[in-house]
Design a protein around this ligand. Structure first.
Ligand code: MN
Length: 290
């Protein structure tokens, strides 16, 4: 099942390429949820409500995808996690450009994801594809990093990788937008709008092997990142194990799995088009911040 959010906080299911509005079910789920719950009520309720959601979607009229503004698939994630340095070829391309990463001013981190850990992007950086990215520092280098993104399905801590797939609600695509420089990753990657996510969540049953997912981003029509999750250094189960050693994970949490090679600079007016046959596609427009 493909679950989206659109327009003014509406919930949809994508059926045969059209959006079916099931906002009434979202309203019911939220009315039963504690306000102070950690995580997203709809994702937490998915196992219980899935059959009803599919039935409601089948009976609803279709709305064309191009006629809505897509929001991020999760309304209230508890946190947005991201893996750095998780493809060897991306590690190599960044090591070859120390003037961009700031490493020419002296190495500031030991190499390897096992040493650098998972970082957090501000939840306020997350936007839907319809919202676009506003470049806050146009005189600095701003890069796209297209990434395969895990959406957590239930609360857990210190999860073993053998059990990790039970904690996956689904997957989506994300752009880990980045201001290059010497500041801490979390600071540079958390500007407003620097985490477009979408076009929707595909439930985990539709991607039984998350190590077999090709995906791409084109910048203004030119292929920039042509990736495959088989190349992840820490695969999906290991990333969940690693992140949950430090954080309790909650339903709706995003976990960006890391950038493949091919990152490049973006400027106002550019269009980033992300695509994955198993998920869908989204175009994200770059503009200047006000
Ligand atoms: Mn990244």
């Amino acid at each position: 099942m493909k679950i989206c959010r659109f327009n003014e906080d509406r919930l949809g299911v994508v059926v045969d390429g059209t959006i079916r509005d099931i906002t009434d079910i979202q309203t019911e789920i939220r009315s039963k949820a504690r306000y102070d719950m950690l995580g997203d009520a709809v994702i937490a309720a998915l196992p219980e409500y899935r059959d009803r959601m599919e039935a409601a979607a089948a009976a609803a009229p279709g709305i064309a995808v191009e006629d809505v503004s897509l929001l991020p698939p999760i309304a209230r994630q508890c946190k947005t996690m991201a893996a750095p340095v998780n493809y060897e070829a991306h590690v190599a391309e960044m090591a070859a450009q120390p003037h961009i990463t700031g490493e020419d001013k002296g190495p500031h981190r030991p190499p390897g994801i096992q040493n650098q850990g998972i970082f957090l992007k501000a939840n306020s950086a997350v936007v839907g594809p319809g919202e676009g990215v506003a470049i806050r520092f146009p005189d600095r280098r701003n890069d796209h990093e297209v990434e395969f993104v895990i959406i957590i399905g239930k609360t857990g801590s210190r999860i073993k990788k053998e059990d990790a797939m039970e904690y996956v609600a689904g997957y989506t695509l994300g752009l880990d937008m980045t201001v290059r420089g010497v500041e801490d990753r979390s600071f540079r990657k958390s500007c407003d709008g620097y985490a477009p996510v979408g076009p929707w969540m595909v439930t985990a049953d539709e991607i039984p092997d998350p190590s077999a997912v090709p995906f791409t981003v084109h910048l203004n029509g030119n292929l920039q990142q042509d990736a495959h999750t088989k190349d992840l250094i820490f695969d999906v189960p290991r990333l969940i194990e690693f992140a949950s050693e430090f954080y309790t994970i909650h339903p709706g949490d995003y976990l960006f799995t890391g950038s493949p090679p091919g990152v490049s600079e973006v400027h106002p007016g550019d269009v980033m088009h992300c695509a994955c046959d198993l998920i869908g596609e989204m175009s994200v427009t770059v503009r200047a911040a006000e």
